[in-house]
Write a protein that binds this ligand. Structure first.
Ligand code: AR6
Length: 176
């Protein structure tokens, strides 16, 4: 589904974050070392090629809630914004740290005059964040930031499977 608020389009789709043609920046659910890993990070680094890890090396490590930006190498985008989400049950307070990921990613997007950004469900895989809670934090945070955005006009959530898509759709539709 999609929604337009403050002139900004927010949409949720099912798909692979590493094949978002036509989107300026994709967001990586990174590890602290910004290395290739599993899940989103694995898909992004495999599609980007080894140049991405090389560019990431001097930027690591990052802490939960932080974000850094790099080029996109062989991906069909201009930038990758790498966020380290909280490990559920370990990095606290989880909701604040997860919210910071979205805030810091959008701050970098604004600074780099990025028009469109695609996010995965940060922390909702290997890091164990329950998908409903992760979706609510993600959508609520985005809604709070919308009035401050000047450059970003499209925010896309890319969910890997239909059940996660339904959860994000219902979080989005329940927001004013
Ligand atoms: N496109 C979109 N979503 C995906 C994709 C994909 N290609 N692959 C998985 N997902 P995760 P995290 C979904 O584990 O929880 C890594 O190993 C997945 O179903 O990628 O933040 C890193 O190296 C889940 O809903 O990120 C870190 O160590 C969501 O994306 C650690 O995992 C996030 O899953 C980060 O864990």
């Amino acid at each position: 589904m999609e929604k337009k608020t403050y002139g900004i389009k927010i949409e949720c789709i099912q798909g692979d974050i590493a094949s978002q043609t036509g989107i300026d920046a994709i967001v990586n659910a990174a590890n602290a070392q910004l290395r290739i890993g599993g899940g989103v990070a694995g898909a992004i680094h495999r599609a980007a090629g080894p140049g991405l890890e090389q560019e990431c090396r001097p930027l690591a490590p990052i802490r939960p809630g932080e974000a850094v930006i790099t080029g996109a190498h062989n991906l069909p985008n201009k930038y990758v914004i790498h966020c380290l989400g909280p490990v559920y049950g370990r990095d606290k307070p989880e909701d604040r740290l997860l919210s910071s990921c979205y805030r810091n990613a959008l701050k970098l997007a604004e600074q780099n005059e990025i028009r469109s950004v695609a996010f995965p469900a940060i922390s909702a895989g290997a890091f164990g964040y329950p998908i409903e809670d992760a979706a609510n934090v993600a959508i609520k945070t985005i809604m709070e930031i919308l009035p401050d955005l000047r450059n970003v006009a499209i925010i896309r959530f890319v969910l890997f499977n239909t059940s996660d898509l339904e959860v994000f759709n219902s979080a989005l539709s329940s927001m004013k």
